[in-house]
Ligand binder design. Sequence first.
Ligand code: NAP
Length: 517
Amino acid sequence: MPELLSNFIGGQWVAGQGAGTALFDPVLGTEIARVDATGLDLQAGFAFAREVGGPALRALTYRERGALLAAVGKVLQTHRDAYYEISTANSGTVKNDTAVDVDGGIYTLGTYAKMGDTLGDRRFLLDGEPARLGKEPLFQSQHVLTPTRGVALFINAFNFPSWGLWEKAAPALLAGVPVIIKPATATAWLTQRMVQDVVNAGILPVGALSVVCGSSAGLMDALQPFDVVSFTGSAETAAVIRSHPAVTQHSVRVNIEADSVNSALLLPGEGADSPAVELLVKEVAREMTQKSGQKCTAIRRVLVPEALYTTVAQAVAARLAKTTVGNPRNEVVRMGALVNRAQLATVREGLQRLQTQTEVLHDGSTQALVDADPAVACCVGPTLLGTRNAAGSDAAHLVHDTEVFGPVATLVPYRDAAHALRLIRRGQGSLVASLYGTDAGALAATALELADSHGRVHIISPDVANQHTGHGNVMPQSLHGGPGRAGGGEELGGARALNFYHRRSALQASTEVLAAL
Ligand code: NAP
């Protein structure tokens, strides 16, 4: 009988009282664990985090909390091999894709651990300079940021059980706010194991880190006005969270990271032999296949000048044809599985829908699998679609609306720069757009045109060919999130991430009092 994963809440390990929901190996189809949150006293668990974990964290300075994050990172490093095994078994990922999740999470923790040193031996942050309130300089206003005295509830998506936990938890814990993580059920095992290892190591104050695996029922009901909730997942669930009374009536602060139809744009004026074309092609193929396209930041639309449509189509297709798909335990496999049968069905259905308005430029849907049974494994080869010509790009509304959360992208030819920008904006706000070109001025101008509708613009010129961090890679130094359809959220971005976990307040006082802060 597979293990029923325990929840850690209220400072104790608690098993759910129901039969639980099964987690599966998406390649072998075997049941590997179960999760269950039935019967947990969530109200008491949240209160414990608020009343025990919160004060203990807030008693520490940023430097001390940073040191705790560094210690957490060390513990995770120690168990890294186990995390890789869990990822292979539960997410069906090849080693390189596991690294994005596991090592990406550890790297993000390390970044915030170092930030603790920079913020130093203090327990609040000054926000800006004092501003004089009257004619005399004596009475002034100084804004301060103090940690919120609530909990941070994280509801995460299935595709990043490690990184999704730590990219949120690192800034929260550094800010002094206790964390309750609810991982997506499908891949909850890795999150649960990481929390278990950290709890067992006894690094964090009791109540600082809790995990609830299984149903989300009751989690939002347990929130109170000074709590915050950070959600990553689909737009549909985001709408449920946004309309919950905790948010609409009690002003619980909410951050939403939702889906997004991200673009890559080859700027006009590049010839077929331009290094920019090669850079675009390489990145598109990588983005389509990394984590089997199950990345919120993955490239979904590839915009190229009409004259280069066939050149780019052939070059991307040639790369995709070399991608071996199947069992991630086999060394020759480059791309593993989708997370489960439900996602496989959703991807196939989305692909069919997109095909009603596009042509197939590379068909991976029937690709032979390596070491995997197609009747069981949730694997699918990468598929490149295209809208044929610029008029087709205008007409194919599904291409600009539909996020197929798998190894699927569409080549979208455009007439001129203005047309390309109009097409990109039809995504209604995205997490990231990447630009490829050789003209620095044109790249900079285009980036500014797209900045308001994108959380991040990733600009690739040949001089950074070997140094850039990748279109879809979320770096803790840069903002993650996007306006509009992408959810309107903001995460990471260096120290900016701490703002969400602090409350801003204006202190109006004499210069002497302000100096005593
Ligand atoms: P999802 O179905 O919306 O689930 C996300 C999380 O919400 C899961 O933990 C889920 O729990 C929970 N949930 C479901 N219903 C809920 C409710 N009524 N109240 C509270 N929580 C609830 O999304 P997903 O399928 O896991 O993730 C795929 C989507 O996430 C894609 O569209 C992708 O673009 C997006 N995503 C965005 C980002 C980003 O940073 N912007 C990153 C990764 C993924 P259960 O699993 O138990 O149902």
